[in-house]
Design a protein around this ligand. Structure first.
Ligand SMILES: Cc1cc2nc3c(=O)[nH]c(=O)nc-3n(C[C@H](O)[C@H](O)[C@H](O)COP(=O)(O)OP(=O)(O)OC[C@H]3O[C@@H](n4cnc5c(N)ncnc54)[C@H](O)[C@@H]3O)c2cc1C
Length: 312
């Protein structure tokens, strides 16, 4: 690596100072799992690293009106294991659990993962399916950006050089909704996906019609992609296997994958069709499981009250 200054600000305000002092010659570092590799490969040569690790208040997860507020320094491992996240947003815990290895997950942060802007990463599709937003802050103020609009091009985001991500917000989800994230890993269990798909679905009260559907894809283009046309195939329609297949076919037309060591563009496109269908099936399976869990205690209660009546 080329020599660099190392700054250790203790507050967000001090971070702004570092960003102002070094401009585009400075680079924020959080977990360092992506940036340090790029520095070793001399793809980036910052004059100064501004470490976020000692900045107070960015490593908290809190409940927020049925949703979640996640500080940008929260690690992947914390999201995977946190009880509140697992209970309220199992999709999120499951997605972060599928990133790389425990060693990486112990270091990698939510903010660093997003700012890195790699279209092969796992969390962005799930965050898009959950309608997440992020907060970008600078000395000039803060702005809220939907994760769906954050990625601009290959390893490029809409973040300005003077901004840092301070938090990610997950809104409350509709009652009776469930999600799924699946990634195809033909090489090793800790690899990046050949293709990944995240979905959130909610059904009507009778559990027969799709009320809302959000579908997002990873490794399927130069950015994570929301498959809007595939969603439209299902929204307001009855839950039928043909509909899931049709949504998968539609999603194939919304992606533009790149051929690489994990598969050709044509193969990835085909996999998108299959994975959208499978992710939808998995989310519907979660909803069925939840419905069974609710109806079982009800049936038990009914049985024991009948027994009590019988004894009288
Ligand atoms: C061996 C290996 C395997 C991997 N496998 C996977 C995988 O299977 N799935 C997957 O999703 N990912 C995978 N990754 C990528 C990993 O998820 C990222 O490296 C990680 O999320 C980056 O987070 P970080 O905190 O370490 O970021 P850093 O390396 O610290 O920073 C990354 C970039 O974000 C910027 N940055 C950091 N924090 C902020 C902030 N708060 N605001 C603004 N900019 C910021 C930095 O300046 C830098 O440009 C893998 C990485 C490695 C090394």
């Amino acid at each position: 690596m080329t020599p660099f200054e190392y700054l250790t600000p203790r507050s967000v305000k001090e971070v702004y100072g570092g960003l102002k002092q070094y401009g585009s010659e400075g680079k924020l570092v959080a977990g360092g799992t992506a940036l340090i590799i790029m520095m070793k490969q001399r793809l980036v040569r910052p004059v100064a690293l501004i470490s976020l690790r000692s900045v107070r208040g960015l490593d908290q997860i809190s409940a927020d009106d049925g949703g979640l507020k996640i500080g940008s320094l929260v690690t992947h491992r914390e999201l995977e294991t946190n009880a509140l996240v697992k209970r309220r947003f199992p999709l999120l815990a499951d997605t972060y659990r599928k990133v790389a290895t425990i060693r990486i997950r112990n270091m990698a942060t939510v903010g660093g993962g997003l700012a890195h802007g790699d279209p092969n990463q796992d969390p962005p599709p799930s965050l898009i399916a959950l309608s997440a937003t992020l907060k970008a802050s600078s000395a000039e103020g803060s702005r809220v950006i939907p994760v769906e609009e954050f990625f601009k091009d290959y390893y490029e985001t809409v973040l300005k050089p003077e901004e840092l991500i301070t938090e990610v917000n997950i809104p409350k989800q509709a009652a009776g909704s469930a999600g799924a994230f699946i990634k195809f890993l033909p090489r090793t269990a800790d690899d990046y996906a050949t293709v990944s798909a995240a979905v959130m679905v909610s059904l009507d009260k009778a559990k027969k019609v799709f009320q809302d559907v959000r579908i997002a894809l990873g490794s399927a283009g130069v950015t994570p992609i929301r498959a809007i046309q595939a969603e439209a195939v299902l929204r307001g329609q009855p839950v039928k296997p043909e509909g899931l297949r049709e949504a998968g076919e539609k999603a194939k037309g919304e992606v533009d994958p790149i051929s690489d060591i994990r598969g050709s563009a044509g193969y990835k496109k085909e996999m998108v069709g299959v994975f959208v269908r499978r992710a939808l099936e998995q989310a519907l399976g979660e909803l069925r499981k939840a419905a069974r869990a609710v109806s079982k205690p009800k049936a038990k209660a009914k049985k024991s009250s009948t027994r009590r009546k019988g004894r009288k």
